[in-house]
Write a protein that binds this ligand. Structure first.
Ligand code: UDP
Ligand code: MG
Length: 207
């Protein structure tokens, strides 16, 4: 008894928190295999942000046995974009639970609907967008070489993810580019060299 009410209350408090706190958000975008997760881990160490990978949050949601789990799992396997209401809720919850006020949101927003929903629900606009620019050949090579047991790191799903990225995610990057918010990084280099460029951006922006 009361658990549904408690859950609803907790969620409402969470929403009020996100909307009132001055959260700083950097969107980290780039194709699958462009190095977002790797570089985010390094940014966390040096600059004190909390890293929120939308893909990781969705995979955790599958593993938690949530009622949305089956739907999320089949969308990831097809390389499709999960409905915004699911992803935005997970991001908002993670922000409120983190205790931090600075976030790297990795792999989101992936389409125009994601972008508009996040902004409408949280009232947050990103400080800037960190964009990892990398050729498809290099990204494909990295994805096929990494072995994290992911169901979507096979050539068939990778091709679908590239297509969704080109058709749906690049327009979001272009949207922010027109607003002068994109910091573009050459991501087709070794990890340490890419991080040198990333450090340059964060030192400049945080100064
Ligand atoms: N995904 C999604 N919405 C998001 C982030 C991820 O629907 O905001 C799904 C989508 O199916 C995507 C998959 O999760 O292909 C893996 O995303 P992740 O960011 O982990 O992988 P990346 O493409 O960066 O390698
Ligand atoms: Mg990732």
């Amino acid at each position: 008894m009361g658990t549904a009410v408690d859950a609803a209350r907790k969620e409402l408090i969470g929403i009020l928190q996100t909307n009132n706190k001055k959260f700083i958000v950097v969107f980290v975008l780039g194709g699958p295999g462009s190095g977002k997760g790797t570089q985010c881990a390094k940014i966390v160490e040096h600059f004190g942000y909390t890293h929120l990978s939308a893909g990781d949050l969705l995979r955790a949601e599958i593993n938690s046995g949530s009622e949305n789990g089956t739907m999320i799992q089949s969308m990831i396997k097809e390389g499709k974009i999960v409905p915004s209401e699911v992803t935005v809720k997970l991001l908002q919850r993670a922000m409120n639970e983190s205790g931090n006020d600075k976030f790297l949101i990795d792999g989101f927003p992936r389409n125009e609907e994601n972008r508009a929903a996040f902004e409408a629900v949280t009232g947050i606009v990103p400080e800037f967008v960190l964009f990892f620019d990398c050729s498809e050949e290099e990204m494909e090579r990295r994805l096929l070489n990494r072995n994290q047991g992911r169901e979507d790191d096979n050539i068939e799903t990778i091709r679908k993810r590239f297509r969704v990225y080109m058709e749906s995610s690049l327009p979001v990057i272009e949207y922010y580019n027109l607003k002068g918010k994109v910091q573009k990084i050459n991501a087709a280099q070794p990890v340490e060299e890419v991080f040198e460029s990333v450090k340059g951006v964060f030192s400049k922006v945080a100064a």
